[in-house]
Design a protein around this ligand. Sequence first.
Ligand SMILES: [Zn+2]
Length: 149
Amino acid sequence: MDSNEVKAIVEANIRPMVDALCLAHWRIGINYTKTGRDNWIAMCDRSGGDYFVASIIIDPEMHDDEREVLKSLRHELLHLHLTPFDLYRDAMTQHIVNDTPEAGQENRLWAFACEQTLVNVERLLVNLPRESLKLVSDLKPVKKKVTTP
Ligand SMILES: [Zn+2]
């Protein structure tokens, strides 16, 4: 797709999507360019996660239609919910030297765990009935039955 087409789709949909995914407290920049990784159609940099700042890259050439763009956008936004685990990873990998088999092993496990978690969350979001997404505060209280002995 053309970069301007993808940008128009994102700009028309990002605010309601961010609100629906409970990410309104994040400052998120979107870039429309190559990810720099083979076969990656989009990516999310949440290295500013301590301050709720993130950057998403969407490669326009790797998307064929609006549906694909929105799916990528949702997926990359969902990555932001994994930010609390970044601190754990940073602490646990302090002793691992870059470009070693151990670093490769850890990176492969990390990527697998993150992506599989998001696949499960995406399935959950798609399959949940709309009523179950209501906030608890939106639900009407159930009247208690008064029983007499
Ligand atoms: Zn992902």
